[in-house]
Design a protein around this ligand. Structure first.
Ligand code: OAD
Length: 239
């Protein structure tokens, strides 16, 4: 059985990371266009850096840990692969690193990662846990003043191309089981993955509420991810 998982902000909500849409279209008090678009960054890089600095610091707070849903997905994957039961691929829209910290191996962070930065010139990616500003030197050329401020968060902003779309489409077209967890199903192309799965694929949505995408699924489970995902994966663990 080939398994494809899509996760969204809802899976990390119980770890203490706020979701997007629960804040009425604002993202921690900011309009999305201000802090999550290339135009917003060009207009006010200080604001955008500060916004991501705050989120990076929050993610590094020791109280933020993977929850039972992240752990269940990592355990399921390990067992699924060890027993040769098929492929397993996890696509997350989240920029936190909680899946990776829980032990998930085949994770694609389609909207980028908060603990990475990217050089605006070379596109080179660096792991990053500190703050970033318009004065931050390039890590490989720290004495070159003309390279100061050339780093940006390695996250996908609105209007930019998500990461790994070809890989995602490939995994979707051969999926036997597709589970979407804690995503509002309104941001494309992630919301369109369910439509790329083949007719025989079993499609399950796990969310606290109905979403605009619910009707595309065969089953919808209403509940908290940390409770429902361990139960659901237990059901599929021998398949
Ligand atoms: P949203 O904030 O849009 O949606 C979170 C979903 O999780 C909602 O449908 C909630 O009902 C659900 N939810 C909340 N807590 C839950 C829990 N404990 N268990 C299960 N479900 C729960 O987040 P995303 O769908 O991830 O994009 O948002 C998609 C994208 O929009 C993000 O990746 C980001 C954002 O703007 C970019 O930054 C490019």
């Amino acid at each position: 059985m080939n398994v494809l998982i899509l996760t969204g902000a809802g899976i990390s909500a119980e770890s203490g990371i706020p979701t997007f849409r629960d804040a009425n279209g604002l993202w921690e008090g900011h309009a999305v266009e201000e802090v999550a678009t290339p135009q917003g960054f060009a207009r006010n890089p200080d604001l955008v850096h500060e916004f991501y600095n705050q989120r990076r610091r929050a993610l590094l707070n020791p109280e933020i840990q993977p929850n039972a849903a992240h752990v269940a997905l990592a355990d399921f994957e390990r067992e699924h692969l060890e027993n040769g039961r098929g492929d397993f691929f996890l696509v997350t829209q989240n920029i936190d690193n909680l899946h990776q910290r829980a032990g998930s191996q085949n994770v694609l962070a389609m909207h980028g990662q908060l603990l990475q930065v990217r050089c605006l010139y070379s596109e080179e990616i660096f792991d990053w846990t500190g703050d970033l500003s318009v004065d931050t030197p390039h890590p490989e050329d720290p004495d070159n003043d003309s390279m100061r401020g050339c780093l940006r968060p390695n996250v996908v902003w609105f209007g930019e191309m998500p990461i790994g779309l070809t890989q995602i489409e490939k995994a979707a077209t051969k999926a036997d089981l597709f589970i979407a967890i804690g995503t509002s199903g309104v941001v494309y192309p992630a919301a369109g993955i369910v439509a790329q799965t083949p007719p025989h694929c079993r499609r399950i949505e796990v969310n606290l509420d109905d979403t605009p995408a619910s009707s595309a699924f065969d089953e919808t489970i209403r509940g908290a991810a940390s409770v429902e995902i361990p139960k659901l994966l237990n059901h599929f663990s021998a398949m």
